[in-house]
Design a protein around this ligand. Structure first.
Ligand code: UN1
Length: 512
């Protein structure tokens, strides 16, 4: 279903102002500033935010440092109480914040709500974690000695987040950082400052209920690259967590490493699914549709490459072409389309360039065209593209943040795994198979080289609980689940002598 031009321009600016007011964001935070914010749904202006100067960022880090020095003294389980309350506020505001995400990013309503649910889930996870910041007791080789390790708060955590998950990615980092005893300075994407302002207001509401937190525990800094660089270069920020393109992450990683800080990098993905002859094709079709076209292909986990065995190629690709030609594209807020707009015109141009390069490399392109009657001229709605490729070359080895699915054919299983691993990125992957040998080989050390490897589902849609992140040019960082919290703390190893002698390790003698 597509909407007519007149139908889609429904005054989202007014609705957004109403939502922000209900979430306690003062009007001056999103009016009269120099940075224009548009909704991709219609291209209309929905805010004008003031940007921070580099000096303001430096001052924010100073306040965050002072906040950290106070917050680290608060016991972990009490810090967990703050995050528990944040989860309560998010539950209460889920409908409003979720809708705001959909309005600012152009996601379908259920994905906007899902993003807030992901925030709630990490708050629950972090609350439990606040009582489980475990270290080890280690057997010592020396008599009357004990060894142990403790995890201490790291300091100020800089969080740089992307437009596509404007609030969930902040929460993966912030919920862990807060229970770990850290403070946070947050630079969201320039494209999505309004949802960030709403989250800041929810945090302030939470802090008041908690009974006061140190000033500067969370500071939001709005702006572009220059203020990101100021944050990244500040030696008082021991941990920088950055989500976005590989090009951005390479710069962040290098700059942070130069001052011996630690980075947590969540960068580009170029995620593949392998469809084997033993696959349940009905299930695979549904999973592929969500993973490749959901969020208009704008997840770092979106499915971008489909590697299909020649025996099932025609059956699967034929059905996929029907789904691609018929999926509903349009305004997902005023209608029930499953594919919303691209974030902006630059994303559209990048998509068209990739499709042209694919055609030049011998690809057969189905779809990919702009749907002009789906929205006004400043909105970029496209039909998702299915591109049959003769080889994994050209644009296939790059991440294009748009709904393009490249399809490749394989004959031998090892060839499929080699194709899956044969790109510079290493975030997520999946296999569709009911043959357990193929499944286990895919999950083995010689199988997928990605941080995430799924079975009988697509590569996107990870849940809180598992560590999220990937290898190679994806940057190596892990966030949210498992023991990802350790990256937000510093480890201290202690040996304690409770005896009267001084035995030295390794049997060394040194008698003075
Ligand atoms: C991202 O696209 O930056 O696994 C994060 C997923 C979501 C998170 C995506 N839980 O697709």
């Amino acid at each position: 279903k597509t909407l007519s031009q007149g139908e889609s321009n429904t005054g989202f600016a007014a609705e957004i102002r109403g939502l922000l007011a209900r979430l306690d964001v003062p009007a001056e935070r999103y009016s009269g500033g120099s940075r224009i914010v548009r909704t991709p749904l219609t291209g209309e202006v929905i805010g004008e935010v003031a940007e921070a100067t580099p000096a303001e960022v430096t001052a924010a880090v100073g306040r965050a440092q002072a906040a950290f020095e106070a917050w680290r003294k608060v016991p972990g389980p009490q810090r967990g109480e703050l995050v528990r309350l944040l989860g309560e506020e998010l539950r209460a505001a889920k409908a409003e914040l979720g809708r705001l995400v959909s309005l600012e990013v152009g996601k379908i309503i259920s994905e906007g709500l899902g993003e807030v649910q992901e925030m709630i889930d990490i708050c629950d996870f972090a609350t439990g974690l606040s009582r489980q910041l475990y270290g080890l007791t280690i057997a010592s080789e020396r008599g009357d000695h004990r060894m142990m390790e403790q995890w201490h708060p790291a300091g100020v955590v800089g969080v740089i987040s992307a437009f596509n998950f404007p609030v969930a990615v902040w929460s993966w980092n912030a919920a862990l950082a807060f229970v770990c005893g850290d403070s946070v300075v947050w630079k969201p994407s320039e494209k999505t400052p309004l949802t960030a302002l709403a989250v800041e207001a929810l945090f302030q509401r939470t802090a008041r209920r908690f009974g006061g937190v140190p000033d500067g525990l969370l500071t939001l800094v709005l702006g572009g690259r220059e203020i990101g660089e100021t944050l990244v270069d500040d030696a008082r920020v021991p941990v920088v967590s950055a989500t976005g393109s590989t090009a951005m992450g390479r710069k962040v990683g290098e700059r942070v490493a130069r001052r011996f800080g630690r980075s947590i990098l969540e960068l580009g993905g170029n995620n593949a699914s392998i469809v084997t002859p033993s696959a349940d094709l009905d299930l695979a079709l549904r999973a592929i549709a969500f993973a490749a076209m959901g969020t208009a292909g704008q997840r770092c986990t979106s499915l971008r490459r489909l590697i299909v065995h020649e025996k099932v190629y025609d059956a699967l690709v034929g059905r996929l072409r029907v789904v691609y030609a018929s999926i509903s594209v349009g305004n997902p807020v005023t209608g029930d389309a499953l594919v919303g707009p691209l974030i902006d015109g630059a994303a559209y141009d990048a998509m068209q360039q990739a499709l042209q390069a694919a055609a030049e490399a011998g690809g057969t392109v189905h779809g990919g065209e702009r749907i002009a009657d789906a929205g006004p001229a400043e909105a970029y709605y496209v039909r998702p593209a299915l591109v049959e490729m003769p080889a994994q070359a050209g644009p296939v080895v790059h991440e294009t943040f748009a709904p393009i699915l490249y399809v490749l054919k394989y004959r031998a299983f090892d060839e499929a795994v080699a194709l899956q691993n044969g790109v510079p990125q290493g975030l997520s992957s999946s296999i569709f198979a009911t043959d357990m040998r193929e499944v286990e080989r895919f999950l083995s050390a010689q199988g997928s080289d990605c941080g995430i490897a799924n079975v009988n589902m697509g590569p996107s849609g990870a849940e809180i609980g598992g560590a999220f992140g990937g290898e190679k040019e994806t940057g190596g960082g892990r966030e949210s689940g498992s023991d990802a919290w350790k990256a937000y703390m510093r480890r201290q190893t202690s040996a304690i002598n409770y005896g009267l002698n001084l035995p030295l390790a390794q049997g060394v003698k040194f008698d003075v």
